[in-house]
Design a protein around this ligand. Structure first.
Ligand SMILES: [Zn+2]
Length: 311
C-alpha cells in the first residue's frame, strides 16, 4: 500500500493485531549483535516472524555482513544513531516493515550510544502507536567493562537505568570468582531491573520474547523518563594497508586504544588472510572470517571515540 494513502493505511493498521517490540540496547561492544544472531536463529526454529532493525553509528554496514542476508524483514539504519538523528527513519522503517512483512515481533538493535527510552518514544508516534504492542528495553552490559570500571558514567549509566531487563554479558571474560562483585557493581547503578547472566549470546528467548506480551494502549502521552542527556560520539574510518601482519595491526590498534578509542569493528586483508577486527575498550580481537569476507568492506575499520577525544 502506498504511503500517500495515509489515512486508509492507518485505518487498516489500527484494526490489526498489535506487534510487540524489543529494543536491544547496550554500550559500545556489549555484544548485542551476538545476542541478536541467537535470537533470530531461535525465532526461525520456532516459526516466529521477526522484523529486525539494526542501527550502526558508522556507515559501512558491518552488522549486516555479520548477521547475513535477512531479506525484506531486515533493515539496517547506518550512519547515525536511531534514538536521535535517525528517529524519523526508524519510524518510517517500522511502518514499512509492518505493511510489507507483517511480523510477529519487532527487534530494534540500537547503536551502542543510543538511549533506549528515546528509541521507545517513537512507538508513541503516529502511526506506530496504532500497531506496536508491548515494548521492552533489554540492555546488554559488558561484564568486562564493569570489571575494569571503564566508561561507566554518562551514556552507560543512562542506558542501564532505563532497562526493563539487564543482560550481564561476556562473563567468560571475567574470572568466575568476580561475577558476584561485577553484578553488585551493576546493582549500584540500577537496583530494580531484573538481571540475567549470559555468555556468548545465550539468553533464554522467552525473556526477550515474553509469551504473555499483550496489548498496550498508546493513547495519551508516553511515561516520563528520568533526566538524561545524549553524549556525543564521533566515528571515523581507518584503512589499514592490505597485507599488514596481524601483530602489526594489533600494535597499531593498541596505540589507538591508548589515545581513547572506545570501539572498532571492520574487516582487513592481512598477510595471514582476511580477518574480522573487533576492539572493545582495551580488548583487541583479530579473528578469521567465517565464510566469505564481504569484498567492499575489506580494508575498512570503523573507529568510535567520544567527541573531542580523538587525536
Ligand atoms: Zn541517539
Amino acid at each position: 500500500m502506498d504511503e500517500q494513502q495515509g489515512r486508509g493505511a492507518s485505518e487498516t493498521r489500527s484494526t490489526g493485531r498489535r506487534v510487540p517490540a524489543l529494543v536491544l540496547s547496550g554500550f559500545l561492544g556489549a555484544g548485542k549483535t551476538t545476542i541478536v544472531q541467537r535470537l533470530l536463529a531461535d525465532a526461525r526454529a520456532r516459526g516466529i516472524r521477526v522484523a529486525l532493525v539494526s542501527n550502526e553509528l558508522g556507515e559501512l554496514g558491518i552488522d549486516r555482513a555479520l548477521l547475513g542476508q535477512g531479506g525484506q524483514s531486515y533493515v539496517e539504519l547506518e550512519g547515525g544513531c536511531v534514538c536521535c538523528e535517525l528517529s524519523d527513519d526508524l519510524l518510517e522503517t517500522l511502518v514499512r516493515l509492518h505493511d510489507e512483512v507483517d511480523p510477529d515481533r519487532f527487534v530494534i538493535e540500537t547503536s551502542g550510544v543510543a538511549l533506549p527510552y528515546d528509541t521507545q518514544l517513537n512507538f508513541w508516534r503516529e502511526p506506530a502507536c496504532d500497531f506496536i504492542g508491548d515494548d521492552m528495553a533489554a540492555v546488554v552490559v559488558n561484564a568486562e567493562q564493569l570489571h575494569e570500571g571503564r566508561d561507566l558514567e554518562g551514556t552507560f549509566e543512562d542506558q542501564v537505568q532505563s532497562a526493563d531487563l539487564l543482560i550481564l554479558h561476556k562473563l567468560d571474560l571475567v574470572p568466575e570468582s568476580e561475577w558476584d562483585a561485577v553484578e553488585a557493581r551493576l546493582r549500584e547503578i540500577e537496583p530494580d531491573a531484573p538481571c540475567v547472566r549470559a555468555i556468548r549470546g545465550e539468553v533464554d528467548p522467552d525473556l526477550l520474547f515474553p509469551p504473555d506480551a499483550g496489548e498496550l494502549d498508546r493513547r495519551g502521552p508516553p511515561p516520563p523518563s528520568r533526566p538524561h542527556s545524549h553524549e556525543h560520539f564521533e566515528t571515523s574510518e581507518w584503512n589499514p594497508p592490505d597485507g599488514m601482519r596481524c601483530d602489526a595491526l594489533e600494535a597499531a590498534l593498541e596505540s589507538r586504544c591508548r589515545e581513547g578509542l572506545l570501539r572498532a569493528k571492520g574487516f582487513v586483508r592481512t598477510a595471514e588472510g582476511p580477518r574480522l577486527v573487533q576492539v572493545v575498550g582495551r580488548r583487541i580481537e583479530i579473528t578469521e572470517v567465517d565464510g566469505e569476507a564481504p569484498a567492499p568492506l575489506l580494508g575498512r575499520i570503523v573507529l568510535i571515540h567520544r567527541a573531542g577525544t580523538r587525536r
